[in-house]
Design a binder for this molecule. Sequence first.
Ligand SMILES: Nc1ncnc2c1ncn2[C@@H]1O[C@H](COP(=O)(O)OP(=O)(O)O)[C@@H](O)[C@H]1O
Ligand SMILES: [Mg+2]
Length: 248
Amino acid sequence: MHKLEIRELTKRFAGVAAIDGLSIAIEAGRITSVIGPNGSGKSTLVNVLSGLLSIDGGAVTIGANPPLKKIKPCKVPSYGITRTFQEVRLFEQMTVLDNILVVLTERNLWGAFFERHKAHHMKQAGEALNRTGLWGRRDDLAVNLSYGQRKLLEVARALAMCATGQAGIILFDEPFAGLFPQMVKTVSAIIKELRDSGFTVVLIEHNMDLIRELSDHVIVMDSGRLLAEGGAQEVLKRRDVADAYLGE
Ligand SMILES: Nc1ncnc2c1ncn2[C@@H]1O[C@H](COP(=O)(O)OP(=O)(O)O)[C@@H](O)[C@H]1O
Ligand SMILES: [Mg+2]
């Protein structure tokens, strides 16, 4: 199953530990939220898990794989991991539809640019665009989307990856930040649907109402370490958790 086991994980930048001996387990088929003040290491954790940053210490076990001390970016799709970025990353000069189709190919990314897409890829892309309300914008260039639509396109891309069966773990780095209320509803419904269909969701989010609404389990990070974990209600009323945010 798509479980994540993080053991004594350390990631340093110029000698400073952004993640500092973190040991956590992320259960399959649940929404695990990662919260904590700015700079506590949340995005760094997601960047390590998606192979963008190397591991300086410790190991990560993804599903049935042996513990990994290196997560190679090219292997990440085969581990069943997909993600969205806090700062949206799109192919700006490609259409909305093509931004989805490039990730659906079974070949490498460069091959994808030249591939004539199969009917099932078109169907998966269409469904993801419908679900996020972007179908009407499918022929527009990504660069011409509004901020919120750009974030929705990232969510659509992750959704399409899930639909192919390639991804079982989805890492959402602040997917709600800057969204209008209607878009927040759409994305929170999508996240719940993914969980209900058995996907493992890791959610980084600042809005505590959304954390309460969506989380099956909450992990609180502070200075790259585990400060607290448990159910949302229980964790959010802790004094030390509130104190961690005071320094922001
Ligand atoms: N690429 C990087 N280079 C240097 N320092 C970084 C880099 N990414 C993050 N950091 C530092 O690591 C710490 C954790 O950052 P980050 O993971 O982005 O926190 P969060 O997402 O919780 O706000 C911060 O002190 C940040 O400045
Ligand atoms: Mg961050």
